[in-house]
Design a protein around this ligand. Structure first.
Ligand code: F6R
Length: 326
């Protein structure tokens, strides 16, 4: 599990979007697992901007959403299908036939869940799953329970979730009491998981998720067992210990030479130990981040690459922060 702390919501959104962009650039027919709620709104805005700038092509992408309120049609402004259409799908060149959200209008829960499971089996695990985190530790709508649910199921929303989500509705009584959600097993089978967490009010539950015991009472805690999870969280204390500056590359940079030079510089500073490398930034640098982490394999975990790292003008500061892991 990797944790990337950022200064504010803007930076959180930019970094999350860059990671998703890197995924799409490296694998244009990626399967993206998507979430709704307030946390990923900025991420989707950045993805739309990258598409408008010609940096991203969604034409071969497939998406599967985590959940949908039971009883709401896609035309309902509070439905998660409507949310996805307005925040992302209608603003990019994705093939709408390749965007999937559970069918909230199917009153038969068993039928609705079975249909979504069949679809998920057919499509296969998402290459990257975006998650928000509920105040009670839920991921998707997997609410605190005495067991982890494997696949899509119908849930009764907890009082905490109803209270948290009433802000999107005219009144509390309009908040649906049930939802269809992807199961924990399906989420855990995704290749990579990106958790976007925003707001002081999530600090306590995030701590339980990343440091507490793994228990279905805090559903997100299961993520501790996933091999590739990156939590991005607002906060200022990023990598306060063991932070060093290194020179990356300078002048006329190319991704290959950047990777080579960065590894050399990191090795000079910390030898062959296992290193957590925290970098950040734009689309090209996200690709560099992925290449860098591949190139160094187990010995270096690359979290992110920054715009600053790849500045092209001579004299610009070029740096990355990194620390020995553990
Ligand atoms: C939404 C979802 C939920 C939210 C969570 C956090 O598709 O699956 O788990 O991610 O409730 O919501 P926000 O971001 O609004 O705090």
């Amino acid at each position: 599990m990797q944790i990337c702390k950022v200064k504010n919501y803007q930076e959180l959104s930019r970094k999350a979007a860059n990671l998703i962009a890197a995924q799409i650039i490296l694998k244009p027919d990626s399967i993206l697992g998507l979430a709704t709620g307030s946390s990923p709104v900025g991420t989707y805005e950045h993805l739309v901007e990258m598409y408008e700038n010609g940096d991203l092509d969604f034409s071969q992408v497939t998406t599967v959403n985590l959940d949908e309120y039971k009883g709401l049609a896609g035309s309902d402004e509070q439905s998660y299908r409507y949310f996805m259409n307005t925040h992302l799908f209608h603003k990019i060149n994705i093939n709408h036939a390749n965007t999937y959200v559970p069918n909230g209008t199917e009153p038969d829960a068993e039928k609705a869940c079975q249909a979504y499971n069949e679809l998920l089996h057919k499509i296969g695990p998402a290459d990257i799953q975006i998650l928000g985190l509920g105040h009670d530790g839920h991921i998707g709508f997997n609410e605190p329970s005495d067991h982890f649910e494997n696949e899509t199921h119908c849930v009764d929303l907890t009082e905490t979730t109803i209270q948290a989500n009433k802000r999107f509705f005219d009144s509390e009584k309009d908040v649906p009491k049930q939802a269809y959600t992807m199961g924990i097993g399906t989420i855990m089978r995704c290749r990579k998981i990106l958790v976007v967490v925003s707001g002081k009010d999530k600090a306590e539950i995030l701590k339980q998720v990343i440091q507490g015991p793994v228990t279905p009472e805090v559903p997100g805690s299961i993520l501790q067992f996933h091999p590739e999870v990156l939590h991005t969280k607002e906060g200022r204390k990023m990598l306060s210990n063991f932070v060093y500056n290194i020179c990356g590359c300078s002048g006329d940079w190319k991704i290959d030479s950047f990777v080579e030079e960065s590894i050399k510089n990191i090795r000079e500073k910390v030898g062959n130990g296992k290193v957590l490398c925290a970098l950040s930034g734009g689309v090209d640098s996200s690709v560099a981040a992925v290449l860098l982490s591949k190139a160094v394999g187990n010995q270096l975990t690359c979290v992110f690459v920054d715009h600053g790292l790849l500045r092209k003008n001579e004299g610009d500061e070029v740096e990355a922060v990194f620390r020995p892991e553990g």
